[in-house]
Design a protein. Structure first.
Length: 187
């Protein structure tokens, strides 16, 4: 990337059943996200800027061919207002308002999760966090991680979606407990 040299890579897609393709890319940016690294690069094959999960690169070869990052490329504009990296799964940006229990609120405010993040500690110790964001499945999963330590105040449809996921999880746990109790275990 520092030398602005193209890279030929063998890449296993995350979609399409892990299909393996050869790509020639022009790396623009590399970033840590979650527990992996992601490459933002111009893909010669698709003729557009794409995201590639570095863990899925099976082989890579630095080529002698050089490139120039377009002056008008802006990483923030490319990433947009979506939560996380699932840009195509995001709805239109909307206000998300969350109340976190004190300890979870401290964890959340130790990091910047989105450029629109605003936080305030309430008199009772809870932490109010707001985002102006395109909600993705990643955000729903992030909220589920905090369990009963977060309350979704807005938008109402997100509150219901998170509640429904919790109900489904509770139902799975109940049916698993019933199956375990039904086992005929010798003493």
């Amino acid at each position: 990337m520092a030398e602005r040299r193209q890279v030929r890579m063998i890449y296993a897609t995350g979609s399409r059943g892990g299909q393996v393709t050869e790509r020639v890319v022009e790396p623009y940016h590399i970033m840590a996200y979650g527990r992996s690294w992601h490459l933002i690069a111009y893909d010669q094959r698709r003729q557009e800027v794409l995201q590639f999960k570095v863990d899925r690169v099976q082989e890579a070869e630095i080529l002698d061919t050089t490139y120039t990052v377009p002056r008008d490329f802006d990483l923030d504009a490319y990433m947009g207002d979506a939560w996380g990296i699932m840009r195509g799964a995001a709805g239109e940006p909307e206000l998300v308002e969350l109340f976190f229990e004190p300890e979870a609120g401290r964890w959340v405010t130790e990091e910047t999760w989105h450029h629109s993040q605003q936080s305030e500690t309430l008199p009772d110790g809870r932490v109010r966090v707001t985002f102006w964001v395109g909600i993705t499945p990643e955000m729903v999963s992030w909220l589920l991680y905090y369990g009963s330590r977060v309350q979704v105040m807005a938008p109402p449809w997100l509150r219901e979606r998170v509640a429904e996921e919790h109900r489904k999880a509770a139902g799975l746990c109940e049916s698993a407990s019933e199956r375990i109790n039904d086992l005929d275990c010798p003493s």
